[in-house]
Write a protein that binds this ligand. Structure first.
Ligand code: SF4
Length: 321
């Protein structure tokens, strides 16, 4: 097949757009989608200047999504004095898995010449995910613990690094799956939180001084295209799956979405577009009557509606097991 733009050999066909693209035009189209998303989300504040730049912290796991995001951000803003990029990686304590992906992350940040911070669950919480998965004091999937610990580390370190934005590498498939899971649970409040936390343009989101605002500039790019982009650019992405990966429900939704996408190309894009509008309406609806009173965690001071925040509760449960 030939590239629809220049006639060279095509490396991919996107059924949702009908386009065949060569390597150059495919990579250019991914760059363009990410930059357009950054523009449309108003990610770079008009108040950022070379004397008072914004700090963007990138959650870098070493997997293809965060590696591609870091690469495109460094290409786009590496020489822009209004933005300082810092990569933040987390070592969860998973034997034979995280060491390799951290090597990939270090190689990438050294190549791109951006600052790189590494945080470990061992130092932060005195635990390792391998031990948590083995003891499982709350009878939950490992990812349920890991997600709480990761969110805590990302938020605290983004704050400590004086971040203006926290960027993560969620792709179109991730976000369409989350949208469907929230639809299926019928939980409008969850949709509202999702919008305010990480979707849509910045001026339209609720202002919160509790958390550094998040952004997902890769959310217009399908997962397979992210993988192809990493491969074509020879990026040091780590592709092994975590041995504790266990989100069974998300796996079901993923298979469902891929089936529907195959017979109805463009479904993921339309789900996400409709979801963002609905989530924004839900955010407006619930902003005034949230009713949730936030105090401080007795142990770490994090905002919580209970005596102990979820992270401190789980850390205690793991240590007592
Ligand atoms: Fe943690 Fe689950 Fe991700 Fe493994 S797959 S790193 S346990 S969240």
């Amino acid at each position: 097949m030939e590239c629809d733009k220049c006639g060279r050999e095509a490396v991919m066909h996107a059924a949702y757009s009908g386009l065949h693209l060569c390597e150059r035009h495919f990579c250019g189209s991914v760059d363009k989608r990410v930059r357009r998303r950054i523009r449309e989300d108003g990610l770079l504040s008009p108040e950022a200047t070379p004397d008072d730049p914004e700090t963007w912290v990138i959650g870098l796991s070493g997997g293809k999504d965060s590696v591609v995001l870091t690469h495109i951000l460094a290409e786009t803003f590496g020489r822009d004095p209004r933005v300082e990029l810092v990569a933040l990686s987390i070592h969860e304590g998973i034997e034979g898995y995280r060491d390799a992906s951290l090597d990939a992350s270090e190689e990438l940040t050294a190549e791109l010449d951006i600052d790189h911070e590494i945080v470990t669950y061992a130092e932060e919480f005195d635990l390792r995910m391998d031990d948590v998965a083995a003891s499982d004091p709350e009878g939950m999937a490992p990812c349920a613990y890991c997600g709480v610990f990761r969110r805590d580390v990302l938020e605290r370190y983004a704050e400590a690094l004086d971040a203006d934005k926290l960027l993560t590498g969620h792709n179109l498939d991730d976000e369409a799956q989350t949208a469907l899971m929230n639809f299926f649970s019928g939980d409008l409040k969850q949709m509202a939180k999702h919008f305010d936390a990480s979707l849509g343009p910045f001026p339209d989101r609720a202002e919160s001084d509790r958390f550094v605002p998040r952004a997902k500039p890769l959310r217009d790019v399908p997962e397979k295209e992210v993988a192809l982009y990493a491969h074509l650019n020879d990026l040091p992405a780590h592709i092994t799956e975590c041995p504790h990966a266990s989100e069974a429900y998300r796996g079901e939704i993923q298979r469902l979405l891929l089936d529907v996408e195959e017979s109805h190309p463009g479904t993921r894009h339309s789900i996400l577009a409709g979801y963002e509008e609905l989530a924004e309406l839900a955010a407006i609806r619930y902003r005034d009557d949230d009713g949730e009173e936030f105090g401080e965690c007795d142990r770490c001071g994090a905002p919580t509606a209970r005596d102990l925040c979820r992270k401190c509760y789980l850390v205690e449960a793991v240590h007592e097991a």
